[in-house]
Design a protein around this ligand. Structure first.
Ligand code: FAD
Length: 382
C-alpha cells in the first residue's frame, strides 16, 4: 500500500462472492491491518434471493441458516422417493440475513471502506490493479472482482442454457406442510418448455417456499411462471387457499464457457469467476471453497490463486455431457434425474453434483443413467 495505491485489496461487488471473501478474511484474523475497499451499486438491504446448498456439519454461515432438512422428496411421473440426505443437510439462507450478518462480521473484524457506486471497468497497471468507480481510478495490490461487465462471448461449441425460476413464499390457514421434509425436485409439471420442476422448502406446517424452475434456452413470460406455480400449488399440493407473502425470481447461467480465473492482479470471483456449477447452477458452496482458498494463500503471503486449479477436467466433462442432453431434450430432464435419484444413494448423488466424488463413485452413478444417450452425448463432447 502507498499513496498511489491506497488499498491492499479492492472488492468489487458486495454480493455472495464479495461478502463471503470478506467473512473468510475476517475469520482468519490475519487481515486486521489491511485496508480494503468494497464497492457495490446497491445497498444490499433487500431480501433479493435465497441460497440453498448442502453441507456435512457446520459451515461458516451456520448462525443464519434459516432452515435445514435431512430428508427430501424427489418426484416425477415414474417415481416418488423420500431421500435420506445424511450425512448432508440441505440448508437455506435468506439473502437479507446473509447481507446483514456479513456486514456485521466485517465491521467488527476488518478495516473496510464501503463505497456505493457503479464500477465501470477494472485494469492492471505495472504493479497494481485498478478499478474505475464512476470517473475515478482507484488502485490496490489486488482486485477481487465479482462483476460480470458484459455477457460472456461463448464459443459455438459451448453450451449456454439458463436456469430460470420464480418462487413464492406462501402461507396457508391450515397446517399442510411437513417442515421436516423438503422437495428437492418435482417434475410432475408440464415439460413443454424443457426440463421443468418445482421445489418446495417448508419452513413451518403453514409456510413454504415453492419455486418453479426450468433448465432451457430462454426465460418465460411472467404469466407463464405464474401459471406454472398456480397449477402446481393447486393440482399437486392440493392447496386452494393461501396468501403469497414474498416472491423471488432469477436467472443463473448454466454454461461450460470457461470464465477467466484471473487477469494479472485482478482475481475473478463468484459467477463471474466460474464458481457456478454448469449443470446445476449451484454456486454458494463453491464460492465458499474459493474464498477459503484465497484467504489461506493470502495469509501465507502467497499469490491468492497459488495451487488453485478450478473445477477438475472430468467434472467439466460431465457438466458438458449433461448440458448437451438438457439442450437436446432427449432423454428428457425428467427421465435423467429420475434415474439419477431412483438408482443411486442420495449422498452419492450429492457428492457427484458437488464435484466431491471419486472416479469409482462417478462410474457407479453414471452407469445408472440412460446409457446409450449418455454414451452418444459423451462421444460428441469428446
Ligand atoms: C434469485 C437467485 C437465487 C439463487 N439461488 C441459489 C441457490 O439456492 N443456491 C446456489 O448455490 N446458488 C444460487 N444462486 C446462484 C448464485 O449463488 C448467486 O447468483 C450468487 O449471488 C452469486 O454470487 P456473486 O457474488 O457472483 O453475484 P451477486 O451475488 O449477484 O453479486 C454481484 C454484486 O455486484 C454488484 N454489481 C453488479 N454490477 C455492478 C457494477 N457495475 N458496479 C457496482 N456493483 C455492481 C451487484 O449489485 C451485486 O451486489 C441464485 C441466484 C439467484 C439470482
Amino acid at each position: 500500500m502507498s499513496a498511489n495505491r491506497p488499498y491492499d485489496y479492492i472488492i468489487t461487488g458486495a454480493g455472495c462472492a464479495g461478502l463471503s471473501l470478506l467473512v473468510h478474511l475476517a475469520r482468519n484474523g490475519n487481515f486486521r491491518d489491511k485496508k480494503i475497499l468494497l464497492i457495490d451499486q446497491d445497498d444490499k438491504v433487500r431480501n433479493d434471493r435465497t441460497w440453498c446448498f448442502w453441507q456435512t456439519g457446520e459451515g461458516p454461515f451456520e448462525p443464519i441458516v434459516h432452515k435445514q432438512w435431512s430428508q427430501a422428496w424427489f418426484h416425477s411421473d415414474t417415481i416418488s422417493r423420500l431421500l435420506d440426505l445424511q450425512p448432508y443437510h440441505y440448508k437455506l439462507i435468506r439473502g437479507i440475513d446473509f447481507y446483514r450478518y456479513c456486514f456485521d462480521v466485517i465491521g467488527k473484524e476488518l478495516d473496510v471502506t464501503l463505497r456505493k457506486g457503479t464500477v465501470k471497468a477494472v485494469r492492471n497497471t505495472e504493479n497494481t490493479a485498478e478499478v474505475q468507480l464512476e470517473d475515478e481510478w482507484i488502485a490496490a495490490d489486488y482486485v477481487f472482482n465479482s462483476i460480470l461487465f458484459r455477457p460472456p462471448v461463448v464459443r459455438t461449441k459451448d453450451h449456454y442454457l439458463l436456469q430460470h425460476f420464480k418462487g413464492r413464499i406462501i402461507e396457508t390457514p391450515q397446517p399442510v406442510f411437513d417442515p421436516a421434509q423438503a422437495t428437492l425436485m418435482d417434475f410432475r409439471t408440464g415439460q413443454q418448455h424443457g426440463a421443468t420442476f418445482v421445489y418446495v422448502m417448508p419452513f413451518t406446517p403453514q409456510r413454504a417456499l415453492v419455486e418453479y424452475t426450468l433448465f432451457n434456452e430462454s426465460e418465460l413470460t411472467g404469466e407463464e411462471y405464474d401459471a406454472g406455480l398456480d397449477d402446481y400449488i393447486s393440482r399437486i399440493l392440493g392447496i386452494q387457499d393461501y396468501t403469497i407473502t414474498d416472491t423471488e425470481q432469477g436467472v443463473i447461467p448454466m454454461t461450460d464457457h470457461r470464465f477467466p480465473k484471473r487477469d494479472g492482479r485482478i482475481i475473478y470471483t463468484g459467477t463471474a469467476g466460474g464458481q457456478t456449477k454448469a449443470s446445476s447452477g449451484y454456486t454458494f458452496d463453491f464460492i465458499q471453497q474459493h474464498s477459503a482458498h484465497i484467504t489461506t494463500q493470502l495469509a501465507a503471503g502467497r499469490d491468492p490463486l497459488h495451487g488453485y486449479h478450478g473445477t477438475p477436467a472430468r467434472f467439466r466433462f460431465y457438466d458438458r455431457v449433461l448440458l448437451h442432453i438438457l439442450r437436446q431434450r432427449h432423454p428428457s430432464g425428467s427421465a435423467v434425474f429420475s434415474d439419477l435419484f431412483k438408482k443411486n444413494e442420495p449422498r452419492q448423488v450429492l457428492r457427484f453434483i458437488g464435484n466431491e466424488s471419486t472416479l469409482l463413485e462417478e462410474l457407479s452413478v453414471i452407469s445408472k443413467l440412460p446409457v446409450l444417450p449418455f454414451f452418444k452425448a459423451a462421444l460428441q463432447q469428446l
